[in-house]
Write a protein that binds this ligand. Structure first.
Ligand code: NAD
Ligand code: WQD
Length: 344
């Protein structure tokens, strides 16, 4: 058995998949989550997949005293993977203070307590949103950070800066910052997956909810971009592939393989796929015809972005393996499972 890893936001989409991979790798997983954007069902899902229920404490990372109690209760945590955050871009424009408060305070609380409780390592969930509209694609980690398009995006930029400043100040901390591109799909068992609150903002849950009849029609935001088919291009990365990168990152820090105290890695496939291509792939693998229409552009959308993942491929030894067909099928199977359970 390896050591204890604290997963904040571990009941959520990416966190639950990561908890599975951590347990498969032999780590003891402690999940904290306030269930503001998830339910405890995912904790049961993790058990159904791995045969072991992770430790779960319902806790808000803004609550410093509860965090202290947690660190006193679970001694010897080797690292934290910090997923807990509010993540809806549109909502962040409407409620900026909620986003600044939640996403900044959570990280500050953890960084504040880590040295006191001798927890040396933190993996942070960042986003390709920090790049804005790239000047060239694929984009690597040395590309400039552009002014954020939303308060949500700004919290990721500020969080990256907070981590860097705290480590530079000489505190006994190391961090790996992971910039995710567009995570999609679900675990192949369909025991865990993405469960957005209300009307989905992201493309894939909108596709699967339309196909199952919860939504009437998918709107494709623009076919007049400067791309081969006119729709936007993204780097869609399978969530299980993404989860595995976190295990490699935490191993790397625990085994002291990193020379730098803060490292940043893109997590993407390196392939750009258009919105229309993704829709067609979904139709092909499921045999379902999707009801969609082309509408005007969505404000703030990036035209095209895909990752240069070479740094993660070479230094972490991690590479995305799953193809887009299997990934879209996994998203569909998860949607079918939600229907079977009467959730959606
Ligand atoms: P998610 O909403 O499914 O998971 C986040 C979890 O954190 C939820 O279970 C929520 O209940 C919990 N949470 C929120 N605030 C909390 C708090 N104060 N205390 C405790 N728990 C709290 O989101 P996700 O898609 O799994 O994203 C995980 C992380 O990855 C986030 O930091 C997000 O910003 C980042 N990210 C996500 C994407 C994406 O497209 N999904 C892309 C790039 C980065
Ligand atoms: C993808 C493409 C849409 C919905 C967002 C955040 C980003 C990151 C990932 C966290 C775009 C198009 C979508 C729909 C559509 N999250 N689309 N119809 O915008 O790349 O990134 O999630 O860090 O910060 O901004 O992802 O899934 O919303 O959109 O046509 O109903 O699908 O226009 O081109 P996006 P998305």
């Amino acid at each position: 058995m390896k050591g204890k890893i604290l997963v904040t936001g571990g009941a959520g989409y990416i966190g639950s998949h990561t908890a599975v991979e951590l347990q498969n790798a032999g780590y003891e997983v402690i999940i904290i989550d306030d269930l503001s954007n998830s339910t405890a069902d995912s904790i049961d899902g993790i058990k159904r997949i791995t045969g072991k229920k992770p430790i779960f404490e319902k806790l808000d990372c803004n609550d410093l005293e509860s965090l202290k109690r947690l660190f006193k209760k679970y001694v010897g945590i080797q690292g934290i993977i910090h997923f807990a955050a509010s993540k809806a871009v549109g909502e962040s424009v409407q409620k900026p203070l909620l986003y600044y408060r939640n996403n900044l305070n959570s990280l500050i609380n953890l960084l504040d307590l880590m040295p006191k409780y001798k927890i040396p390592n933190i993996v942070f969930s960042s986003s390709c949103t920090v790049y804005g509209e790239p000047d060239t694609n694929p984009i690597d980690e040395s590309a400039p950070i552009k002014p954020a398009e939303s308060p949500y995006g700004n919290t990721k930029q500020i969080n990256e800066e907070i981590i860097t400043d705290v480590v530079r100040a000489g505190l006994p901390l190391k961090s790996i910052i992971l910039r995710y591109f567009n995570p999609i799909g679900a675990h192949p068992t369909a025991e865990i997956g993405e469960l957005p609150n209300g009307v989905p903002q992201n493309l894939v849950p909108y596709i699967t909810q339309t196909a199952i009849g919860v939504r009437e029609q998918l709107s494709i935001f623009g076919d007049d971009y400067n791309t081969p088919d006119g729709s936007c291009i993204r780097d869609f990365i399978n969530v299980v592939d993404l989860a595995k990168a976190h295990v490699v990152a935490i191993d790397r820090m625990i085994e002291n393989k990193s020379n730098d105290k803060v490292e940043i890695f893109n997590l993407g496939t390196g392939n750009g796929v258009s919105v229309l291509e993704l829709v067609k792939t979904f139709e092909k693998v499921t045999g379902k015809k999707l009801n969609y229409k082309i509408v005007g552009r969505r404000q703030g959308d990036i035209e095209k972005i895909w990752a240069d993942p070479v740094k993660a491929n070479t230094i972490l030894g991690w590479k995305a393996k799953e193809n887009i067909e299997d990934t879209m099928l996994s998203a569909w199977n998860w949607q079918l499972k939600l229907r079977e359970k009467g959730i959606m």
